[in-house]
Design a binder for this molecule. Structure first.
Ligand SMILES: [Zn+2]
Ligand SMILES: [Zn+2]
Length: 308
């Protein structure tokens, strides 16, 4: 069962990675200096930002921030049609994903009635949680570094990720359903296809945990920016079970080149120490000459990456 669990996670991880925005964004040219320029420009109520967004994150955490002491300065929306209100469609998408997840898990109920089956599902659950944290980092790394708002399909997501560096407090103004509904929108068809592909309990559990973890990573990310998160979230953060304020704060430091994982953050130390992001950037650069945004912010990173 363990081997099957590992095979399920590995095979699915490969499939997901090959359709991830990594490959797609790699071929898109970001306007030179765009991110750095945005970070230097004043974008909030006429106040001038510093050269890095270290100050932005500190402002997010500042209990003396104007307006709402839990959240920070006034929110800034950069996407056309974006809203901070929670709309019925936001709730519908998330509840729809949960309903589909419940249906997808039906084969797991019978599998869990034996000790071996239950143990296998626990292993799948744990492995998927770890993989989901890694994938949250992979997606974040790709969105931060490649493409722009004009990139087809992923342009909105890319704009949201890159704009978040400039106005990190805005996310804290979103309610749960507003914050995660876009991921639910992508997850529903993905889970639907996975359900049609196989009734295997391990396969079904992987996909249910994976898509829900990606959705929750957006909420945990928000909570890591929230000055006074709910007590349950503060407890989970203190135990290292979800990404915490200090851990994610290390990402909000120009050139935004590390600490990309935002579900639990468990993968960050190994990924950052191993230099995997620099190696991936060097690979993309050698393939198509595309430089990531973090190299544009810190040219020394290019030298390091190409020297690995
Ligand atoms: Zn980022
Ligand atoms: Zn953040």
């Amino acid at each position: 069962m363990l081997n099957r669990a590992v095979r399920v996670v590995t095979a699915t991880g490969f499939i997901v990675s090959t359709v991830s925005p990594f490959a797609f964004h790699a071929s898109r040219a970001a306007p030179k200096g765009r991110v750095a320029t945005r970070r230097l420009q004043s974008t909030t109520e006429g106040s001038e930002q510093t050269g890095t967004t270290t100050s932005s994150f500190e402002t997010t955490l500042s209990p003396t921030s104007e307006g709402n002491p839990r959240r920070g300065p006034s929110p800034v929306l950069v996407l056309e049609g974006d809203t901070l209100d929670t709309l019925p469609k936001h709730v519908g998408l998330v509840v729809g994903l949960w309903a589909l997840s419940g249906a997808a898990l039906a084969p797991c109920i019978e599998a869990a009635t034996t000790a071996a089956g239950a143990l296998g599902l626990i292993q799948v659950f744990a492995a998927t949680l770890l993989f989901s944290d890694f994938f949250s980092g992979l997606f974040h790394w790709a969105s931060d570094n490649y493409g722009n708002k004009n990139t087809p399909v992923f342009g909105g997501v890319i704009e949201a990720f890159q704009g978040h560096h400039v106005n990190p407090w805005t996310i804290t103004y979103r309610g749960f359903f507003n914050n995660v509904h876009k991921i639910a929108l992508s997850a529903i068809p993905l889970l639907g296809v996975a359900m049609l592909a196989s009734p295997d309990p391990g396969w079904r559990l992987f996909w249910v945990v994976f898509v829900n973890a990606q959705m929750l990573s957006q909420e945990f990310h928000k909570l890591s920016h929230t000055i006074k998160p709910p007590s349950w979230a503060a407890w989970l953060q203190s135990k290292g079970l979800i990404i915490g304020r200090r851990a994610h704060g290390q990402h909000h430091n120009s050139p935004f080149e590390a600490h990309y994982c935002i579900l639990t953050g468990w993968c960050n130390p190994a990924l950052d120490r191993s230099g995997v992001w620099r190696r991936a950037e060097a690979l993309v650069y050698r393939l198509n000459g595309q430089e990531p945004n973090c190299w544009k912010d810190d040219p020394d990173l290019k030298r390091k990456a190409l020297g690995l």
